[in-house]
Design a protein around this ligand. Sequence first.
Ligand code: ADP
Ligand code: MG
Length: 602
Amino acid sequence: MSDIIKLLPDSVANQIAAGEVIQRPASAVKELLENAIDAGATEVKLILKEAGRTLVQVIDNGKGMSATDARLCWERHATSKIKNADDLFAIRTMGFRGEALASIAAIAQVEMKTRREEDDLGTHILIEASEVKSQDLIHSPVGTSIAMKNLFFNVPVRRNFLKSNPVEFRHIMEEFHRVALAYPHIGLSLFHNDREEYNLKPSALRQRIVALFGVDYNEKLVPLEEATTIATIGGFICKPEYARKTRGEQYFFVNGRFIKSPYLHHAVQIAYKDLLPKETFPTYFIYLEIDPQKVDINIHPTKTEIKFEDERSIYAILKSGTQRSLGRFNISPTIDFEQEAAFSMHILPPTYPVSAPTIKVDAEFNPFEPQRNVKPRQTEMNLAAKSNLSNWEKLYEGFDRQEQPEAKPQPPVEPIELSHSYFQVHNSYIIVQVKGGLMLIDQHGAHERVLFERFLSMLKNHTGVSQQLLFPVTLEYNASDAAFVEEMMVPLHSLGIDIQRKDATVFVVSGVAPYIQETNIKDLLDELLDEFRQSNTLSDKNIPVARTLARKTAIRKGQSLNQEEMEALANDLFACENSSINTSGKPTFYKLGLCDLDKFFI
Ligand code: ADP
Ligand code: MG
């Protein structure tokens, strides 16, 4: 018998190890951006093609590399960041394992140009599947450009495991956001398929958050500041009324590194306690600075987990810091939120000179008048018929509203002063006069919210009814997706999608609810699948399902609506449990008081 144990060739060993570090284009984005930051760059440009499948390129103006380093950095365990085991406990850089570039080189075609300030010429190097193809001198700016092309070109199996471009791009965005938030003082731009998606100037944190997530964040955030001997805590947390039904922006950074920590999340959530409406999550951007000796970031290959020496104290500091911040900015208790969420027409500030007696009240008005009460349902039908909203119309065929335990009764029609005072602008927004001012409604967002709550209730009560399809649709999925589809089957049945599994990878849809008959079922399931995968950690799968379906079937911008349709939509919106935001947390309506209008003309 001969011996059978062999040492794997380096290229194979690298490829296997690469699997740990580079799972998808987003992992390469993370590693390359972090390297640029570690190199002291102040401007970093990220260029992508096809969600990173064919190109992930990072160009930085950092310190560059010598010709020797430019060659050496592709070797496994090649790092300039730690020299001995002790250094592991004083890490201030993002990278330190020396495996990212070796991993990238093992599973892609790589081109690097790099130059240090002190060198006249830079180094140009081409590598494919860990093999150096060429190295020469080149004129290039100070800094480094690394282009990773055709990820997994030599590992087709791994390539097949990549998800659709939108999903891969979302993962990339997540990494980009993390880096952008950790380093607001660094200029960052992102190009995707030659389109500029972001051009973030160096700025303070608040401006960076706003540049990433939208101007409305400016108003949503309050600063968090807490300094103790164990840790310094900074950043922003959101006012409770802006908490979201879905886990949205929740970021912890420890010494500039994004981390995930359910334990610390709990501390924040607890601090909000009574201020948060049921089943909502606060948005936060929290930055902890701790002596690197007191944290161990070395426990996870992708380094988003972390161990604190004194976890309990950090928890306590975070909790009290959050409470103090909420208190300091005088964020009042639940009642405020209730007012915001419910349909409140207190548009005018208390100091405004207009008082109730000066407003003419319609004494004849009776909210319980029969035709008023039936109106919404009738007009919903009109809405569907007249504007040819087939989805909307069909929704009601398989779904009897009377049986739905609508969470709240219709609010009185009182807020809308005049009937027939709806006005649609650019087939996108609805303007209506209300007591004390006017209201602007986003028709798509509003309908999305209405459908979302309706679908959620269908999911809870299993009330979806399906109609047999003339031609059943056969759908094929790879093994991992098939597992997700299997998991989705119960919610799908509740919504009236009759899907059965035929074998390991084949599913057949033989009936769908009337309201989605016109929707491409394959597209719909693909989107649901994406959403489902993203929310894999959520215990309540109904939410992503209802959300996706609502987004897909809500009326679009550009759809013209008549008076009754607009009124029906407004009524439905304000009958929602949470009428003020759509399913992505964006406002569905906006109120302008007379005083606001007056200000335009001062
Ligand atoms: P690590 O970041 O863990 O050290 P990497 O494989 O990511 O390992 O990088 C290896 C080494 O290559 C780094 O330690 C650094 O010295 C060098 N390097 C990588 N990217 C850059 C860059 N953009 N600019 C300058 N040096 C870089
Ligand atoms: Mg690195």
